[in-house]
Design a protein around this ligand. Structure first.
Ligand code: AHR
Length: 537
């Protein structure tokens, strides 16, 4: 990587991916208010001309029968924190507080060997089985009905995955019948027999998981899987035509079949599905050799992945000469590299994939939030993978819950982003990353909500050494006051939270800009991710 070049390079980006800027709108006029140094980074915000309506489902999450996510995570009858239903009340409280809109379940790799019938009915009759995806003992004490009851308490909605690995399209349809049909058929009446009179009305479904991966139970070729997914989609829709169905795209951009898999699958099932899945886990060793400047740029590869998969969808659309445009479901994304290769050694609820996150991981997660926002015209669902204990923002021990560093950017997105995504024009100094070219120091995204008159601006500062001034030019609604001004930062990129020291890396108040106006300046600390909520007129 070469040294930063702060003057010679200006990166120009917009939420719409337009690589140009209205230069005259950003030059001349009043000097930045409250600024001591002239800002080298600028953004033009025009809340009146939004880019897309934000679907809050882009801030979903994921719970898999894996490690201690379900058992000891959300369900732990032996814990002093458990309610009468065995659900951890403290964990429920955290998740209610976050207001997570949608949660994917029961896997992940787990789903490809899962027989959903093992997990319903009287608990004493449920079999204990070996989950061959993670080599873990599964007691089936928590299953579909418990998940639906838990979702209700957590004030979230389910994103169910069906088993298209060892399972069949027919069984996938049976599960939809169990969940969504009122009564009068074998599977709907089984649900009623087990004490759940009302159907659950689950709308969103994944057609299997990562079927391109040789690690996946039932892995097949793209064409075989595409035909099977189409069969499952038709059977599931014949039970409930209102379903939103997500077919498996490539597991990651490093797969040898990346994009080819997506194209071949879609050629079999485009007309009967609504979205294709994308997955991505960031690795600060294999991808970056531990270079933090490179690492903090990796969310830009997520932008690129979204654009590439969208291009394949549109290519298939063009060949089919159909008006139907496919959505994207980024239903697994996070940092994950320290605890790869989980093997449960035939234990129950083993400690698997218990990644301890640090400050730089949180900054990258913030960057990913920005990426998802600026692609929210196509990405309709996304799931931070996962939610509790397994590569998660929340960790439990017997008595308490810990917020990991990555909790904060995720929580801010959930709390402060609503309404429309704003089309931004950003100019930023850049630095060079080998293999990536010029990377902007500042990564900016924004939403605007007409109901509350709030515009939220999220800023990742990739500069590891210096704070940065960002000059904001407002078109239309000029801010009246700053309602929120928070950052996550610190001297040590490797700092983490622990049960003994839970607030080492946490949200801190940032000095709000002292002067507001049509042209104003905010300052963000070195190595930080910050949120500003402005009340606009
Ligand atoms: O989230 C952990 C695992 O990562 C999931 O089970 C799988 O889908 C992915 O490879």
């Amino acid at each position: 990587m070469t040294a930063m070049n702060r003057r010679d390079f200006l990166s120009r980006t917009s939420a719409a991916g337009v690589a140009s800027i209205a230069g005259s709108a950003l030059s001349g006029g009043n000097r930045a208010l409250g600024a001591t140094d002239p800002a080298e980074a600028r953004v033009l915000i025009d809340p009146a001309h939004p880019w897309a309506t934000l679907d809050r489902n882009v801030f979903g999450s994921f719970l898999e029968h894996l490690g201690r996510a379900i058992y000891e995570g959300i369900y732990d009858p032996g814990s002093p924190e458990a309610g009468p239903d065995g659900f951890r009340k403290d964990v429920l409280g955290e998740i209610q507080g976050l207001s997570v809109p949608i949660i994917r379940y029961p896997g992940g790799n787990f789903v490809s060997g899962y027989n959903w019938l093992d997990g319903v009915g009287p608990k004493k009759d449920r079999p204990t089985v070996l989950d061959r995806a993670w080599n873990t003992i599964e007691t089936n004490q928590f299953g579909t009905d418990e998940f639906m009851a838990w979702c209700k308490k957590a004030q979230t909605t389910p994103l169910m995955a069906v088993n298209l690995g060892a399972g069949t399209a027919k069984k996938a349809g049976d599960l939809v019948e169990y969940c969504n049909l009122a009564k009068g058929t074998k599977w709907s009446d089984l649900r009623r027999k087990y004490g759940r009179e009302e159907p659950y009305g689950v709308k969103h479904w994944c057609l299997g998981n990562e079927m391109d991966g040789p690690w996946q139970i039932g892995h097949s070729t793209a064409i075989e899987y595409g035909l099977n997914a189409a069969d499952a989609a038709r059977q599931m829709r014949s039970v409930d035509p209102s379903l939103f169905l997500i077919v498996c795209g490539s597991s990651n951009p490093f797969m040898p079949t990346y994009l080819q898999w997506d194209r071949e699958v879609l050629e079999q099932c485009y007309q009967v599905v609504d979205a294709i899945s994308l997955h991505r886990y960031f690795n600060n060793t294999t991808e970056t050799d531990g270079d933090s400047r490179h690492y903090l740029a990796l969310n830009l590869t997520m932008d690129r992945q979204i654009e590439e998969v969208a291009a394949v969808c549109d290519m298939v659309r063009g060949r089919l000469r159909t008006n139907k445009q496919l959505h994207l479901s980024f239903d697994e994304w996070n940092v994950w590299y320290r605890t790869r290769g989980g093997n449960g050694q035939k234990q129950m609820a083993p400690h698997l994939l218990e990644e301890v996150y640090n400050l730089e991981d949180a900054l990258l997660v913030g960057g990913c939030v920005n990426t998802l926002l600026r692609h929210s015209d196509r990405v309709r669902i996304a799931c931070l993978a996962q939610l509790v204990n397994v590569i998660a923002p929340l960790m439990t021990n017997r008595k308490s819950v810990l917020r990991q560093t990555i909790y904060y950017p995720y929580a801010w997105a959930l709390k402060h982003c609503r309404g429309k995504v704003v089309n931004l024009y950003v100019e930023s100094p850049t630095y060079e990353v080998e293999g990536m070219g010029q990377v902007p120091l500042l990564d900016v995204a924004a939403t605007s909500d007409a109901e509350s008159n709030e515009t939220t601006v999220l800023v990742l500062n990739r500069d590891l050494d210096k704070s940065q001034q960002l000059e904001i030019t407002w078109r239309g609604g000029v801010p009246k006051r700053v309602k929120v001004s928070q950052t996550i930062t610190g001297p040590d990129l490797k700092a983490s939270n622990t049960f003994a020291d839970p607030n080492k890396v946490a949200s801190e108040r940032l000095d709000a800009p002292n002067t507001l106006g049509a042209r104003m300046t905010i300052e963000v600390p070195a190595k930080s991710y910050s949120v500003f909520v402005f009340e606009t007129a």
